[in-house]
Write a new protein. Structure first.
Length: 366
């Protein structure tokens, strides 16, 4: 019996240790695998940014240069006697009108107006008289000397009182058949009428005409605000630009007439072509990087002009007369005018070099 019990123990020991566990596991319901956590997918690469290069702004064309003009003193021969009666002396109202027109045009900027000082100097050198003020041919001649595109000349055709007045007292200066000094009519009227002409320099042709008419009315006043003569002026001098003058009845009429005329002059700018002035001169001095030419305002040169500097390589002569009919040249470079007076110009070298006294200079652009 002991042997049989030992045998059963031996058999039990020989059985696989996991058999019972396997049977138990087989009978148990299968567990579902835990849901796996979603795996984060890498974000897709962002679409490459499209960079649009800004197109360069189109280069602006160089603005055309302004037309160069000068304004002569207006002719006032037609109204001279009335002027003397009004002011007590022969006041140059023509200069006063011219000065106001210059001021208006400079403020507007349509034209390039030459300085009064430069104009006066040329007029003095040419013995220009008052009788030449409204002469287109004389004006064109002066304009060429100054290198202008046009000259503005004009006349004063009416300047004074248009209304009949009953003279009460004061000095009776006859003007248009009516008394000027000390009249006492309740309503007074001043009237000024002007005309300006734009004269072509090359042909002396009148390219445009501008007119201006100004009127002013007041009650119980004399033409000058206090008597026939304006005692604050005399000796041929009067500044039409002062508030003292412009607050008078005649001053108001003057301003209105000039303003209207100015609009007409500005409106005529399109009829005027900028002149291409072909100028030739010589290098007078070479000082470092600066070139001095024997050309100036009188030749039509101005600051900003570009000139080509050339050296004569050969002269061609007329076999019959021996006169030089052509010069063959070699270009050395280009210069720009930085300073100019009446007869000379200082320039900087823009390109090239090797320039010396005696070389030719020709305008390229103006």
């Amino acid at each position: 019996m002991k042997r049989i019990a030992a045998l059963f123990v031996l058999i039990a020991l020989c059985l696989p240790a996991g058999a019972g566990a396997q049977k138990k596991a087989a009978s148990a319901p299968a567990k579902q695998p835990a849901a796996s956590a979603p795996v984060a997918q890498p974000a897709p690469d962002p679409a490459p940014a499209t960079t649009v290069a800004a197109s360069p702004a189109p280069a602006q064309a160089a603005a055309p240069r302004k037309k160069r003009v000068a304004i002569f003193d207006f002719d006032y021969a037609t109204v001279r006697s009335g002027i003397a009666a009004m002011f007590g002396s022969d006041i140059d109202v023509g200069k006063g009108i011219s000065d106001l027109l210059v001021k208006n045009l400079v403020t507007d900027g349509t034209y390039s107006v030459i300085e009064r000082k430069a104009l006066d100097k040329i007029l003095a050198e040419q013995n220009f008289s008052n009788s030449d003020r409204a002469n287109p041919t004389s004006a064109a001649k002066i304009g060429k000397l100054l290198g202008l595109d046009a000259i503005i000349v004009g006349s004063i055709t009416q300047f004074g009182n248009e209304t009949k007045n009953t003279k009460i007292g004061g000095a009776g200066g006859g003007f248009g058949g009516f008394g000027i000094g000390g009249f006492g009519k309740k309503d007074s009227k001043a009237i000024v009428q002007l005309d300006a002409r734009l004269v072509d320099i090359d042909t002396a042709e009148i390219l445009g005409v501008a007119e201006g008419k100004g009127e002013s009315k007041r009650s119980s006043t004399s033409m000058l605000g206090g008597g026939g003569n304006w005692h604050g002026f005399g000796g041929g001098n009067v500044d039409f630009g002062t508030s003292d003058f412009q607050q008078t009845i005649i001053g108001e009429a003057v301003k209105a007439a000039v303003d209207q005329m100015t609009a007409g002059v500005i409106g005529s700018a399109g009829k005027l072509q900028a002149r291409v002035i072909k100028v030739e001169g010589l290098v007078a001095a070479v000082d470092g990087g600066q070139i001095v030419l024997n050309l100036g305002v009188k030749s039509g040169i101005k600051v900003g002009d570009h000139l080509s500097v050339e050296r004569v390589t050969k002269e061609i002569k007329d076999p019959a007369t021996g006169a030089v009919i052509r010069r063959m040249t070699s270009k050395l470079g280009e210069i720009e005018v930085t300073d100019v007076d009446e007869i000379s110009a200082v320039c900087n070298v823009v390109s090239g070099g090797g320039m010396k006294v005696g070389d030719m200079a020709k305008t390229v652009t103006q």
